[in-house]
Write a protein that binds this ligand. Structure first.
Ligand code: ZN
Length: 193
């Protein structure tokens, strides 16, 4: 399965969507309407997804492996996430496993907690962050001229320059912190706001 199809399945799982092969078609059930962009990607990846779903057991293992690989936590939690999506207690388990891994490589308790929280911020953003608007700078939200000099970020976003980069970073981190706070997870003490 291609990386794009894996990412797509992980994204659908995270949204609580269930996808089944029904004859030669895909049956998609989701708690909320899916975006046109996402549906288009499902359509494009249909042959690949159908092929993967024709071996359901293998597909489940693969889905769990993807999530485990992405997040680096234990297989049983990854397996449950593959089926059910992330809940507050899953985030807590993820945080404590991430912190435990850091303590094993020598971080003290505070360092490990701060590292885990920072990783959770990035993870939350990857899962729930605002979708990129093509042709628009996520820093200042003004249009971006692809031919002009822009800063290309690892996630594929393009910003006008460092001030827009800083603005964008502050915005998504704050959105992620709010998202985690909504699940009852707050920043560890000693962490710069
Ligand atoms: Zn900008």
């Amino acid at each position: 399965m291609s990386g794009a199809a894996r990412a797509l399945l992980a994204e659908l799982t995270q949204l609580g969507a269930a996808i089944d092969a029904c004859g030669g078609t895909l049956k998609l059930r989701a708690p909320e309407p899916l975006s046109p962009d996402l549906l288009e990607r499902v359509r494009a990846a249909k042959p690949e997804i159908l092929a993967a779903l024709s071996a359901p057991a293998a597909a489940d293992i693969e889905r769990a492996a993807i999530i485990e690989h992405d997040a680096g936590y234990s297989a049983d939690i990854a397996d449950r996430h593959a089926r059910e999506g992330w809940r507050a207690e899953d985030w807590r388990a993820w945080l404590s496993e991430t912190a435990a891994r850091r303590r094993r490589i020598g971080d003290d308790h505070g360092e490990a907690s701060r590292f885990a929280y920072g990783a959770a911020i990035s993870e939350w953003h990857a899962r729930h962050g605002a979708r990129r608007v093509p042709g628009r700078c996520p820093g200042c939200e003004r249009p971006i001229d692809e031919r002009a000099r822009v800063l290309a970020l690892p996630g594929g976003e393009r910003v006008h320059g460092v001030p827009c980069l800083v603005r964008y970073g502050a915005r998504w981190r704050s959105a992620a912190a709010d998202g985690l706070a909504g699940l009852g997870i707050s920043a560890p003490t000693g962490r710069a706001p």
